[in-house]
Design a protein around this ligand. Sequence first.
Ligand code: FRU
Length: 483
Amino acid sequence: MTSDQQLRAKVTEELAKHKSMVEQDSYRLHYHLMPPVGLLNDPNGFIQWKGTYHLFYQWMPFKTGHGAKFWGHFTSKDLVNWQHEEVALTPAEWFEKNGCYSGSAIEHEGELYLFYTGNVKNENDERESYQCLATSRDGIHFEKNGPVITLPDGFTAHFRDPKVWQQDDRYFMVIGAQTEALKGAIVLFQSDDLTDWKWVRTLTGGDSGKLTDFGYMFECPDLFHLDGKDVLVFSPQGLKPDGMKYQNVYQAGYTVGAFDPKAGKYEHNKFIELDRGFDFYAPQTTTDDQGRRLLFAWMSVPDQDEQMHPTIKHKWLHTMTLPRELQLKGDKLYQAPVKELENLRKGDAVVEEVVLNNHVKQVERAYGQAFELLVEKVELDEGWFELTIRHAARIIYSSEQRVLTLERKSYVDGVIEKRQCQLEHVRNLRLFVDTSSIELFMNDGAEVFTTRFYPTKESEQVTFATSEECRFKVKNWTLAKVT
Ligand code: FRU
């Protein structure tokens, strides 16, 4: 047996051994993508190819920890119903023996091309990294072409996560990097044929431009054109908390600017976080045949006490966010759950007009474990307004401070922790609650909070409370179990 065959056989064995254990977990998600066993992290190779959406992901099938990653693979026709395919890439060759790390997909002459980072750690624990290519005719079985880019001078081996796109009859690739001076950077390569790649420049970070003192490593870059501008999404490491900003261990966000493909240069504005919740990292986007810019992210952050998640007992860890559509309004990205997710709704909405007009009045309703809740036409002139979700998370808006707060019970020690953002007013809140996750879209996606949480199975309530008079309309739907 080849080493690839051995690894695949081991995955099959692991699945057979633990599948039912994973399936018995009440925190198993109903409509989010999660690993069949083991650990899931970054979305990879997100593409719509020959009418099918492909989403690959960083997968450690053998334990609920990190290590020599595989590329797991989901496919879907509609972004709602997904199928788990056979493993796409195993870390079988010398140039990837410690992991087929993150990367992207592109179509070329009818074939599917995957670019990813081959991670290698040699005996002295020294790291090497290779940007590699694998191709496929059927989108399921991949042939490895090996490294196409080796480490350029001036960078440490923290050099990874290639994202490739086509523009003006040329191909471009951005890679996340760390300079020898230990600064985060994003570098640009260019190619005419996807095989022979030429270094262009450091696009941002490193020693020049606006992001020179902005952390020690940039991961998972993604540069794309949207609504007349060029957006660079990436995940910087090493930022210090700054007021309400940068509260997680690592961040994920974007800059807006202009990319000049001839000169290979990118001018941009300041960095803005994409999601202010506890669990959001390594987002990746693609476009589809409706011209939409779609995004998935990993619903977690590296190095955040992950061994404390209760799902570990059931042999699995982490999930993806819902697929979201991006729009740029001015220099701000708006995120909305894709329209297709309306197909998850079971039956018609339950609609209620709510008026809370006593001092600290509460209304409690049971909605279940997996539901969508739309709170709209919010009228709140003074005081505060809050929603407690399944007794384990709380959303509070203060009209005096103009601050929105998300609180959750920590999965590490049960202590209440919070994330916040400034918000001039609340017009609407759209919440997607799954068995152990919340995605909160505020004011049509101007701000988003994504978080894991672990309510008890019996807690199915949402409580609304306010300090002064508050009116709003609530619509809610039970959502189907599809994953
Ligand atoms: C981001 C990341 C990537 C890397 C991958 C390894 O979460 O660290 O930079 O390619 O995960 O799984």
